[in-house]
Design a protein around this ligand. Structure first.
Ligand SMILES: *[C@@H]1O[C@H](CO)[C@@H](O)[C@H](O)[C@H]1NC(C)=O
Ligand SMILES: *[C@@H]1O[C@H](CO)[C@@H](O)[C@H](O)[C@H]1NC(C)=O
Ligand SMILES: *[C@@H]1O[C@H](CO)[C@@H](O)[C@H](O)[C@H]1NC(C)=O
Ligand SMILES: *[C@@H]1O[C@H](CO)[C@@H](O)[C@H](O)[C@H]1NC(C)=O
Ligand SMILES: *[C@@H]1O[C@H](CO)[C@@H](O)[C@H](O)[C@H]1NC(C)=O
Ligand SMILES: *[C@@H]1O[C@H](CO)[C@@H](O)[C@H](O)[C@H]1NC(C)=O
Ligand SMILES: *[C@@H]1O[C@H](CO)[C@@H](O)[C@H](O)[C@H]1NC(C)=O
Ligand SMILES: *[C@@H]1O[C@H](CO)[C@@H](O)[C@H](O)[C@H]1NC(C)=O
Length: 459
């Protein structure tokens, strides 16, 4: 919008420009002292220069944006034969439209029209593309539930691969139609074997991604996964699925660097946000979470894996009725570390395990073996966290005996039980420090850790 307004004002500015030029030269002709005249002409030449520079800038901006406006091409799935009636399989039309959009030499918009519902099977939107691309989802994309269509790739429904300068927006809906898969989950029906279900939307190996104004609901399993991406901004994303839908993480971050997730409302049957190995530089703010399992780092280190997660900041979140608040979970037997993590400005309402580090995480039927190796947890700050806990133990640090959690800082914490009584903390193998008001505190007679990651505390 802004550039167009500039173009509108261009004639006006041109007129002003010529008036000032005229005025400037007539001033020169006035009979005034040389001294004064040179000041006046100095001021005027500065004035003229400023206006000229401004105009040059304006013109180049205006022409750039004119260029952009005239050269952006739209590829509407309807033009490639999509019906959008919610019944016809529109997969082929989507594939054709993508092929054309991706090979466009100028910026392209892949358009899914408003007020229509498109039924589609798994699709890979493959890059690299020849120019920047916007996937504009204004209508609804609904997942096909025909099992045979997921044979080739059981783990992904919509997947965007290796695209640079990707925008995904449009105010529409991505609906994973997940009910069919949920009923087949071993977490729902224990007689069935455990199998994976597709992630609704996977952004894979993409660079410079902006996702906004999108609703993703009822995913088969994970709703949105940023996998092996760089430089991602996701905002105003709404994720929703029933609180009892199995493994339906909201936003999953894996092997991704420099990602910001902001102003998003997430309610699902699993983690609102999950951040796993290979991810660093993750920022989340303005997150509303619930129902669900909270905001999680991990799980890390399953099957003795080496895991690394660092520089994660969650600043500004409201969690309501979730089974966890802010959680770090690692399996025994892993290696590597999760470090430099901040959870700040978080409000909890009736949340179980409001603050949790579990280095003995075990999400399987058989009990997990005791192992000495562990993914280390180093330098985690919890600051300005308040609200209510559904459980008596609001804070649990269940860390590894051989690799205690270290550099754990609690600042300005006030958690009470939802019935108004005092909450408690469980602290195993953690080296921590307090500052400000911290309620509750560990029961152990803790020696505060003074220097970063030095002194030994609660065992
Ligand atoms: C990009 O453009 C070139 C021609 O300049 C073409 O050969 C190529 O197929 C295009 N790439 C894609 C992904 O369409
Ligand atoms: C669980 O799965 C079994 C085997 O498919 C099926 O017979 C049974 O009806 C299912 N139970 C429920 C509660 O859906
Ligand atoms: C991180 O990503 C943002 C948004 O894509 C970008 O503006 C910024 O330059 C990136 N920072 C680094 C260090 O790459
Ligand atoms: C975490 O692991 C990485 C890679 O091994 C290492 O470079 C880094 O120093 C470790 N961080 C801490 C805080 O020990
Ligand atoms: C601890 O983590 C914070 C936040 O990422 C970082 O600013 C700080 O430098 C880290 N401290 C050490 C000693 O690494
Ligand atoms: C808190 O959550 C529990 C379920 O975890 C629910 O039974 C209870 O009614 C909730 N209490 C309040 C005060 O919201
Ligand atoms: C801590 O982990 C141990 C070992 O897995 C487990 O037995 C115990 O129940 C856990 N404690 C809490 C409070 O979660
Ligand atoms: C902690 O929170 C409770 C409940 O909101 C409040 O009554 C109490 O005054 C707070 N305590 C401090 C020290 O802020």
């Amino acid at each position: 919008m802004a550039p167009r307004r500039c173009i509108t004002f261009l004639p006006l500015i041109l007129v002003l420009f010529f008036i000032s030029r005229h005025t400037a030269s007539s001033c020169h002709d006035d009979v005034i002292g040389n001294y004064k005249s040179s000041i006046v002409s100095g001021v005027y030449s500065w004035y003229m220069k400023t206006i000229e520079d401004f105009m040059l800038q304006l013109e180049s901006d205006a022409f750039d944006s004119l260029d952009l406006v005239s050269s952006t091409k739209t590829f509407d799935v309807d033009s490639y034969g999509a019906k959008g009636d919610g019944k016809t399989d529109d997969t082929e039309a989507f594939k054709k439209a993508w092929k054309q959009a991706c090979s466009s030499k100028t910026a392209a918009v892949f358009l899914v029209a408003k007020n229509k519902k498109y039924l589609v099977a798994p699709i890979r939107f493959e890059g690299p593309c020849n120019a920047s691309i916007t996937i504009q989802i204004s209508g609804t994309i609904l997942a096909s539930t025909q099992e045979s269509k997921y044979k080739e790739d059981e783990n992904h429904w919509l997947r965007v691969d290796e695209v640079e300068n990707l925008v995904v927006e449009g105010g529409g809906v991505i609906d994973g139609n997940g009910d069919t898969w949920w009923r087949k989950s071993c977490k729902v029906n224990e007689t069935l074997p455990c199998t994976d279900a597709p992630t609704a939307l996977t952004i894979y190996k993409c660079t410079s991604v902006r996702m906004s104004d999108l609703k993703i609901q009822n995913a088969q399993q994970i709703h949105v996964s940023f996998d092996n991406c760089n430089n991602v901004q996701a905002s105003n994303v709404q994720v929703s699925a029933p609180g009892d839908s199995p493994n339906t993480d909201g936003i999953h971050v894996t092997h991704t660097q420099n990602i910001t997730i902001s102003n998003s409302v997430i309610g699902t049957g699993d983690d609102c946000i999950s951040i796993v190995s290979g991810s660093n530089g993750v920022k989340a703010s303005g997150i509303t979470c619930g129902p669900g399992h909270g905001i999680s780092i991990g799980s890390l280190g399953s099957d003795n894996a080496e895991a690394h997660v660092s520089d994660v900041t969650v600043d500004g979140a409201q969690l309501t009725g979730t089974t966890n608040g802010v959680r770090i979970k690692t399996w025994q037997g892993g290696s590597g570390n999760a470090s430099n993590i901040v959870f700040r400005n978080i409000n909890m309402k009736n949340v179980s395990n409001t603050i949790l580090i579990d280095q003995n995480y075990c999400d399987q039927d058989e009990p997990c073996d005791d192992e000495d190796d562990a993914v280390e947890i180093i330098n985690v700050t919890y600051e300005k966290i308040s609200g209510t806990s559904a459980k008596k133990d609001a804070i649990t640090f269940n860390c590894s005996k051989s690799h205690p959690c270290q550099g754990i800082a609690l600042k300005d914490i006030n958690l009470t039980r939802v019935d108004g009584s005092a909450a408690t903390a469980i602290c195993n193998n953690v080296k921590l420090s307090y500052s400000g008001t911290v309620i509750p505190r560990c029961p152990n007679n803790i020696v505060q850790e003074r220097l970063a990651f030095g002194a030994i505390s609660s065992y």
